[in-house]
Design a binder for this molecule. Structure first.
Ligand SMILES: Nc1ncnc2c1ncn2[C@@H]1O[C@H](COP(=O)(O)OP(=O)(O)OP(=O)(O)O)[C@@H](O)[C@H]1O
Ligand SMILES: [Mg+2]
Length: 273
């Protein structure tokens, strides 16, 4: 379980990005972070992998607090998907996925691209899961479309069998159809391995469609934490205030499936659900 214990972060210039954030994310949950630009979503994601150490409070992963002394160990347990992808353009699809193993692979082996055969098999399996065809494995990342690159980034995030995957606006630069496809694959990969996903999004309709649970921020504070079905237009108004928010989808709310309710409560759904 991932726990935020009264996490506050104030940047050196005095900007308070997170204020007393406290919530738990049960194992396997697909938790979406919503909120207007500047609300503090990226800052909070960065506290999980220790890129930012909160000025007050702490982040605890399976009982272990994230501190400056255990960062390497914590990062091994976390996969990351960035909006800007951070793929290496000149490397092949397969090697980009294998590069996710760098924290656990000696540098000289990585430089010689000496990844053990079982890791290469795992990379291929993940690429198959994100629907990359075999013929694409040796193409350079720079030759792929945005949607294909993002699928490679998903495979890379899961290569190290992480406990948590952090995705910061993973579909920001993709069209709606490709975005849905990418989010479906991300959710499927997390379901398959019971991996917790913390994913920031700007598109409310995608949050409603894919999240087990939505935590919304405004000015660094949590202003909503519930099932997607509880995200009414009044709540959206409260989250986004007078600001430009993507309110599409608020009218199309439906009663959540029993399976989704179970996951939102941190339970594995029973076969009946
Ligand atoms: N390095 C920094 N130094 C000072 N202030 C920062 C820094 N990084 C972020 N901030 C500020 O912290 C606040 C939260 O930023 P953050 O990037 O977490 O928001 P966000 O919710 O991810 O926004 P967006 O949706 O635009 O990505 C903002 O006011 C931002 O300007
Ligand atoms: Mg951000």
């Amino acid at each position: 379980m991932l726990r935020f214990e009264s996490v506050t972060h104030v940047f050196p210039d005095g900007t308070r990005a997170n204020h007393k954030i406290a919530f738990d994310v049960p194992r396997g949950q697909f938790c979406v972070l919503l909120g207007p630009s500047g609300a503090g979503k990226s800052t909070l994601l960065n506290t999980v992998n220790g890129l930012i150490l909160p000025t007050e409070g702490k982040v605890v992963l399976d009982g272990e607090p994230v501190t400056s002394s255990n960062l390497a160990e914590i990062r091994r347990r976390i996969g990351m998907i960035h909006q800007q992808l951070h793929l290496v353009p000149r490397l092949s699809v397969l090697h980009n996925v294998l590069s996710g193993l760098l924290p656990v692979t000696p540098t000289w082996k990585a430089m010689l691209k000496l990844f053990p055969i079982d890791q290469q098999r795992r990379a291929c399996q993940l690429l198959e899961e994100v629907e990359m065809e075999e013929k694409q494995l040796y193409r350079r990342a720079s030759e792929l479309s945005g949607g294909q690159q993002q699928r490679v980034a998903i495979a890379r995030a899961f290569i190290n069998d992480p406990d948590v995957v952090l995705a910061d606006e993973p579909v920001a630069s993709l069209d709606p159809t490709v975005s849905r496809h990418v989010l479906r694959l991300l959710r499927a990969a997390s379901r398959q391995r019971d991996t917790t996903v913390l994913c920031s999004l700007h598109q409310v309709e995608f949050a409603i469609e894919f999240a087990d649970r939505i935590v919304a921020f405004r000015s660094g504070e949590v202003v909503f934490d519930d099932l997607p079905s509880a995200l009414t237009s009044d709540v959206l108004q409260h989250i986004y205030g007078g600001q430009e928010g993507d309110l599409v989808g608020a009218e199309t709310l439906v009663e959540p499936k029993a399976e989704d309710k179970a996951r939102a409560n941190g339970r594995v759904p029973t076969p009946a659900e």
